[in-house]
Design a protein. Structure first.
Length: 283
């Protein structure tokens, strides 16, 4: 029986999950550790994502997904380990550093201003100005329309207030902001959470278009159905460790759930019967 720290690729044990034909990962992490006081959130975690690839990052609550993303985004830098962008070693010590390296994160709250229109949100904090330092509204609108068209985002108007838009449209605007910042790697935190069926479909199509644009995309999600629709690979974290790597084309949702819960490694969860004695295997 495999040890719980052994990575899996499509269910097969492997110490080198990256197919060599893909070349160098656009983003690669090695031996990442992160602690918060006495709590070890990440232990010796490796992670990689390639250009033109969508990786689903999954795991139960407390598995370390958000901590890993925050380490990549520079919000909570890792205690130790190595990070490489396009094969070059880098130090990510702040969100500004991550942005400079082409790493953008779209969190669940989206960080949009409801009282501003689409163009103002796209360029918030990075406004384009004329030689006399006034806002270049025409140029910002032109560039914004180009990016939205590239991503096939449909909006009533780029001058509509964000408060008037649907959840899927808001998610699209948040993602379009990353493209305007020349992102190479886009991290999406629960991008379809709380969205309806139609809006979820819009966001999943948007993720596919990001991949078609040559970006490396990481999707954190509890919804395995959505992950299976757009991801090329799935990386599983459990208790702060990377415990599984699965190629979508050669695996099943059941195998991924088994890795998430520990059943992949023969671990047993004991339940309790009505009389308080240990019950059977819940998994």
């Amino acid at each position: 029986m495999a040890d719980s720290t052994t990575p899996y690729v499509g269910g097969e044990s492997s110490s080198a999950p990256e197919p060599p034909s893909k070349g160098e990962p656009l983003l690669r992490l090695q031996h990442i550790n992160k602690s918060f006081g006495a709590v070890r959130a990440l232990t010796d975690v490796d992670f990689e994502v390639y250009a033109n690839e969508v990786v689903g990052l999954v795991g139960d609550n407390g598995a370390g997904k958000s901590t890993l993303i925050k380490a990549i985004a520079g919000v909570a830098p890792a205690d130790d380990g190595e990070i490489f962008v396009e094969g070059q070693p880098v130090k990510i010590t702040s969100p500004q550093t991550a942005t400079h390296l082409g790493i953008e994160t779209v969190y669940q709250d989206l960080a949009l201003c409801d009282n501003l229109d689409v163009v103002s949100n796209l360029y918030l904090g990075r406004e384009v100005r004329t030689p006399i330092l006034s806002l270049s509204e025409i140029e910002m609108e032109r560039r914004g329309l180009e990016v939205l068209h590239t991503l096939d985002v449909k909006l009533p108007s780029v001058r509509a207030k964000v408060a008037q838009l649907s959840g899927g449209q808001r998610q699209s605007i948040a993602v379009a902001k990353t493209i305007l910042r020349n992102a190479k790697v886009v991290l999406l935190d629960e991008p379809t959470a709380a969205l309806g069926v139609v809006q979820t479909r819009q966001v999943l199509n948007l993720i596919r278009r990001l991949r078609e644009q040559g970006l490396a995309v990481v999707v954190i999600s509890h919804n395995l159905a959505d992950v299976f629709e757009v991801a090329d690979r799935v990386i599983v974290l459990r208790l702060g460790k990377r415990v599984g790597t699965f190629e979508i084309k050669s695996t099943t949702a059941e195998r991924i759930v088994a890795a998430i819960t520990g059943a992949e490694f023969g671990e047993i969860l004991q339940t309790t019967t009505t009389n308080g004695t240990p019950g059977g295997n819940e998994l």
